[in-house]
Design a protein. Structure first.
Length: 370
């Protein structure tokens, strides 16, 4: 009876965390596959489902490499998006295999679900918004998750307009309607913070549309501007339905949008697995910097079926130009910015700020990247 009671308590706690994360919104990538590739939305389970993957990683972790029995890592990505290209490049180029890892990947469709999978023990590593580590830390439970690699250091959305805009100024949005993201999501919080920074008022930001409906609503005539991720943004521009205005990432500056996380217990038990994982992603990032167009298309196309070669390359170029994958180290400055945005957006009380980065992050692994 005691064990049953403990199980009920733990399950209730997990459900509470899940509900809170969902209520607080999501990271930019998590809101929908509509901001990845429309065709990929139906096939975003590529890479495997991982539901039955064992947690026996430690058995092969000590010194294991591609020539030995690979260590299976159950990995949960928030959604399928070119925003996370380094990960797919690492998979396609065999960098995980080179590190002796077998990635069993599924798509969570939300940071809340990715974090819950870690706590439930059905995933080993998740790619989610770093704010999830803060939310769970504030639950003051036994389960904690820690950030160990900062994959994206800029917001990944782009502002588009219905009509061409020359010499854009943020004041141009006053009195206009912007189709934006749901309240509490990272792109919505970045937009809100950017407007406040520029002192722009009187902007109607539509936040009640489901992500898959955003582009359709805009092409049907709703809104003057829209905030979208690649490759959907470039798709609308290519079709003549929208005009490129600015990169939200470049405008707002450094912002830790998406991170690799694991439970503190998993990191403590499997540091070698985490180190290998970090090394593989870093290799994928470096590979993208020097790969030819043909190589990039060949590597990413299997993950984005239905997306043209041109749009894949255009999306990669835009994310590289704004320094999306510049540094895997989550800095004190970025962490302060994240918490400022969370508080300013009303999803975190000022008293709930995490005092020290080390309480929700473990950056020792990125410091050892070769």
């Amino acid at each position: 009876m005691k064990k049953a009671s403990e199980a009920v308590v733990k399950l209730a706690g997990m459900l509470c965390i899940l509900a809170m994360l969902a209520a607080c919104g999501s990271s930019p990538a998590e809101t929908s596959n509509a901001n990845a590739d429309p065709a990929a939305a139906a096939g975003n389970q590529a890479g495997g489902a991982g539901a039955n993957a064992g947690n026996d990683a430690e058995d092969g972790a000590a010194g294991g490499r591609a020539s030995e029995q690979p260590v299976k890592v159950r990995f949960s990505e928030v959604i399928r998006s070119i925003f996370y290209a380094p990960h797919y490049a690492a998979m396609d180029q065999g960098f995980f295999a080179e590190q002796g890892l077998e990635i069993d990947m599924n798509t969570a469709q939300g940071s809340d679900k990715g974090a819950a999978a870690l706590i439930a023990g059905t995933a080993d590593i998740s790619l989610v918004g770093p704010e999830t580590a803060i939310y769970i830390y504030n639950q003051e439970g036994d389960d904690k998750i820690k950030i160990f690699y900062q994959l994206t250091t800029k917001d990944g959305s782009f502002l588009l307009s219905r009509e061409p805009v020359e010499n854009f100024a943020w004041s141009d949005l006053a009195g206009r309607t912007v189709i934006g993201w749901r309240p509490g999501s990272a792109p919505q919080m970045v937009m809100s913070a950017q407007l406040a920074k520029e002192g722009v008022e009187g902007v109607e930001v539509v936040t009640n549309l489901a992500a898959p409906a955003m582009a359709g609503a805009f092409t049907s005539g709703q809104g003057d501007f829209i905030q979208l991720f690649e490759p959907v943004a470039s798709t609308l521009v290519q079709e003549g339905a929208a005009h490129y205005v600015t990169s939200m990432g470049e405008a707002f500056g450094d912002f830790p949008e998406t991170s690799y996380v694991a439970t503190a217990d998993y990191i403590a038990a499997h540091p070698d697995v985490i180190q290998r994982f970090v090394q593989a992603v870093a290799m994928g990032t470096k590979w993208l910097e020097t790969a030819s167009d043909d190589e990039i298309v060949a590597a990413l196309s299997p993950f984005f079926e239905g997306t043209s070669d041109e749009l894949i390359l255009q999306s990669i170029a835009r994310y590289q130009e704004q320094g999306t994958w510049a540094d895997p180290q989550l800095t004190e400055s970025q962490f302060a910015t994240l918490q400022d945005v969370l508080v300013g957006s009303g999803v975190l009380e000022d008293a709930q700020r995490v005092d020290a980065l080390e309480q929700v992050a473990d950056m020792q692994f990125v410091e050892k990247i070769e």
